[in-house]
Write a protein that binds this ligand. Structure first.
Ligand code: ARG
Length: 566
């Protein structure tokens, strides 16, 4: 792995092994095999010897013993064979000083790496105009936002694109419904509520009045042709909806580089359809135009309906090509629910058929569903979680807890907001992306257990220790306390954790790490009196300060605030 800082202990272990195993295993293989044992008494790193058993025709324990005899032990505290494993124990004094000085000098840049280069458009959030933002869109927003921060930390330039669902036949329906039953004042007062109402009413009435559908089609056609009245209504609906979405983005602290949504692709589809035709990829099937993908074992991609209307796929094709031309991307990410897996597979396949190798740099980053009381959420069935409400209730709950724990806290409102919102975001990011999870607000905002507030609270507690003394932290003071060791190891692991989260597009790697670090620090704090005036005080303060630096950095990568007091 790259040199992201001056203390890559894993590399020390790998190099020492490579010096004796160089003929049998590549450095790369050794790197993959070296692991961090679960328990400290099995060493800080361990090398399993099973991979050598075949080559050497020897029992693994014997191989482990041979390696220990041959290896240069001078840079380690000690190296021992235990069963099939070679266990490495690091020189604790050097490790502690290295770790703490590195964090003290690098500060918030600790863990930065230069492994990535170039632009990475991230398609994220992308809610649909005139409909409420769903929990799914929340997941896309917070996962995309966190990935943008993680990718920035390792050298990429993310471009956060909110690909709004602002085009399609539903806008014809909306215009018809508004003209028939709508009120300007209502839409202005509560746009999403009333637009959704019109839309729902349209569907109901269209059941008995099928001519409404014809009217809707006609209005959408007008919109596509640039009719002034249709365009004006569309712009208004879009603007009002966007205002409401932006309120939620403000609360979450998320911003975007682009709001180019589906409508932006309107004039960019014809050339793509032409190109598909020129490349003989477009076929007719039941009046519609499709790209055959049977050689990929996939359903055909629908490009144009029999009435000439374009589709979600058509717009995504144009968008993918536009992003390639516009950003010359290193990778192009789409943070979109798992249920659209096939859509993105088809999208890539069509681009490959068109001869675009860069389609291989497109990655769908899927995520699982959020359920409530074990049930799937559905706008139509009324089983909805309204985002606005969730965030407000979370802030209220945080307020109660803070009032109970810390009644005279300054800026209590701002802190409650950071804690409430942070709790919702953290909860979303701590489970693996692809997992579905059930949403339970009380559980989300608890100050104990595996929650955002727990991590925030641990960070604030560390800050408060530092506030209580005038003694300056000193990373060079030797720490002899055994309880400091697990904390130091967690601190040193951060750069690797960042890389892993980036490689797997997995913010939960960071969230789980933050929980581990917080837990080990709280254990340390339970055993050790930090503020006792002895020889090691400045060293302990350096440890505490490092914990604040790394916990804040980890929370920052998740898009969660880290208040210094709470
Ligand atoms: N608006 C879509 C939805 O809510 C998500 C768009 C995802 N991005 C994309 N490029 N298709 O389902």
């Amino acid at each position: 792995m790259e040199e992201h800082n001056g203390m890559d202990y894993k590399q020390q272990v790998v190099q020492a092994l490579a010096a004796v195993l160089g003929d049998e295993l590549t450095t790369d293989t050794i790197n993959k095999l070296v692991e961090q044992p679960k328990s400290d008494d099995l060493g800080d790193y361990a090398f399993p010897t099973f991979a050598l058993a075949k080559v050497r025709r020897m029992a693994p324990p014997k191989i482990a013993a041979d390696i220990v005899a041959a290896i240069d032990q001078s840079q380690f505290d000690h190296v021992v064979a235990q069963g099939a494993y070679v266990n490495f124990f690091l020189d604790k004094v050097a490790f502690a000083q290295d770790t703490l000085t590195t964090i003290a000098t690098q500060g918030s840049h600790y863990g930065d790496a230069q492994v990535g280069h170039g632009n990475v458009p991230i398609d994220m959030s992308s809610p649909n105009i005139a409909k409420p933002m769903s929990m799914g869109h929340l997941r896309s927003t917070v996962i995309g936002n966190s990935l943008a921060k993680i990718l920035t930390k390792i050298g990429y330039t993310p471009i956060k694109i909110n690909y709004l669902g602002d085009w399609g036949t539903q806008f014809g329906k909306l215009i018809v419904a508004y003209k028939k039953w709508g009120s300007e004042a209502d839409v202005k007062a509560n746009p999403i509520k009333h637009l959704l109402e019109y839309y729902v009413r349209f569907h109901k009435e269209a059941e008995t009045q099928p001519e409404l559908d014809d009217e809707a089609r006609a209005w959408f056609k007008k919109l596509e042709d640039g009719d002034a009245e249709a365009t004006k209504l569309w712009q208004w609906f879009r603007g009002e909806s966007l205002k409401e979405f932006k309120r939620i983005y403000d609360v979450l602290g998320v911003d975007f580089d682009s709001f180019n949504g589906e409508a932006f692709m309107n004039d960019k589809m014809d050339p793509v359809i032409q190109e598909l035709e020129d490349k003989h990829l477009l076929h007719e099937s039941q009046g519609a135009e499709i790209v055959d993908l049977s050689k990929y074992d996939m359903n055909p991609a629908l490009i144009r309906k029999s009435d000439g209307a374009t589709l979600y796929m058509t717009r995504d094709l144009a968008a993918a090509i536009y992003r390639h031309n516009q950003y010359d991307f290193a990778q192009s990410l789409y943070v979109v629910g798992m249920e659209q897996k096939e859509h993105f597979e088809q999208l890539k396949a069509v681009l490959l058929e068109m001869g675009y190798d860069w389609a291989n740099d497109i990655h769908h980053i899927p995520f699982g569903l959020i359920t409530a009381n074990g049930k799937k959420l559905s706008t139509r069935k009324g089983n909805v979680i309204l985002l606005d409400k969730v965030l407000q209730e979370a802030v209220d709950l945080a307020q109660d807890q803070i009032a109970a724990k810390h009644p005279d806290l300054k800026h209590a409102d701002a802190v409650a907001k950071a804690v409430g919102v942070g709790a919702v975001v953290f909860h979303d990011l701590k489970s693996e992306r692809k997992d579905s999870f059930d949403f339970n607000l009380e559980e989300v905002v608890r100050f104990e257990g595996e929650t955002g507030p727990y991590v925030q609270y641990t960070n604030a507690r560390a800050h408060s220790i530092l506030r209580k003394t005038d003694v300056q932290p000193d990373a060079h003071v030797q720490l002899t306390d055994d309880h400091a060791w697990p904390v130091l190891k967690q601190l040193a692991a951060f750069p690797d954790i960042v890389l892993r989260a980036a490689n797997e597009y997995e913010p939960s790697v960071i969230a789980k790490y933050a929980l581990r670090l917080a837990k080990s620090f709280n254990q340390y704090y339970a055993h050790t009196k930090v503020l006792v005036d002895d020889d090691e005080l400045a060293g302990r303060l350096a440890l505490v300060q490092s914990v604040t630096v790394v916990l804040s950095a980890a929370l920052g990568l998740l898009g969660v605030q880290a208040p210094a007091a709470m």
